[in-house]
Design a protein around this ligand. Structure first.
Ligand SMILES: Nc1ncnc2c1ncn2[C@@H]1O[C@H](COP(=O)(O)OP(=O)(O)OP(=O)(O)O)[C@@H](O)[C@H]1O
Ligand SMILES: [Mg+2]
Length: 224
């Protein structure tokens, strides 16, 4: 599904060059559940953001279903993002002024769905993640684990082929983290490809493949 070839990313801070990624070759097949680990600053978030087309590499090629998407325009990239990817972040990133239901309806609006369909689908997704009893709650009225479940429902709104999660359990208590991981595992069993970044070795074991990043390169890549 995805093939990265020689992906590098440099940031410039004045005259100082920071190499976040230094020649990443990586293939991801449909249906995989991939964990990315590595020390702080090793490039995990940079890699995830490039995989999710939230960020562009400095050099290298990114093939999504055999199309080199580094050549696409911004508008086309936004379409690729909406059609293929669902994002989950450590800090949930819900819209604070919107209810759980309205948060999940947002990506459905961008996809051009009619209001009745948005409502129906958002309710169905929230029920699916065990949040059917909190539709009207604002993010501040939900626990961390509940907010993350709403974020997952939102990430699933447009049936993504790939879920990208950056430290999805980083702010959660152990039992809440385990519930979130069980949900992601369930999605993976139903065919969604999942890539997660984590610091926590016990979280990485939910995956089927583990990649270790060190100083912007893949130091290890193995089935687990
Ligand atoms: N926007 C930016 N401008 C400059 N340097 C950056 C930027 N984003 C990241 N970096 C640098 O690139 C390197 C990789 O950062 P990245 O966020 O990918 O690390 P990480 O592995 O996700 O770390 P952590 O585990 O702490 O989240 C770091 O040295 C970081 O300081
Ligand atoms: Mg990071």
């Amino acid at each position: 599904m995805i093939r990265l070839e020689g992906i590098s990313k440099e940031y410039f801070m004045g005259d100082v060059e920071i190499r976040a990624l230094a020649g990443i070759d990586l293939s991801i097949e449909r249906g995989e559940f991939l964990s990315i680990m590595g020390p702080s600053g090793s490039g995990k978030s940079t890699l995830l953001n490039i995989l999710g087309v939230l960020d562009q590499p400095s050099s290298g090629s990114y093939y999504l279903e055999d199309v080199d998407i580094t050549r696409l325009r911004d508008k086309e990239l936004a379409q690729v993002r909406n059609r293929h990817f669902g994002f989950i972040f450590q800090s949930y990133n819900l819209f604070p002024e919107l209810s759980a239901l309205e948060n999940v309806m947002v990506p459905l609006m961008y996809a051009g769905k009619a209001r009745a369909e948005r409502l129906r689908r958002a309710e169905e997704l929230l029920h699916h993640v065990g949040m059917g009893h909190r539709l009207k709650h604002l993010p501040t009225q939900l626990s961390g684990g509940e907010q993350q479940r709403v974020a997952i429902a939102r990430a699933l709104a447009n049936n993504p082929t790939l879920i990208l999660a950056d430290e999805p359990t980083g702010n959660l208590a152990t039992h809440q983290g385990a519930e979130i991981m069980a949900l992601l595992q369930d999605l993976n069993r139903q065919g969604t490809t999942v890539v997660i970044v984590t610091h926590d070795p016990s979280i990485s074991t939910y995956g089927k493949r583990l990649i270790l990043l060190r100083d912007g390169v893949i130091a290890d890549d193995q089935a687990i």
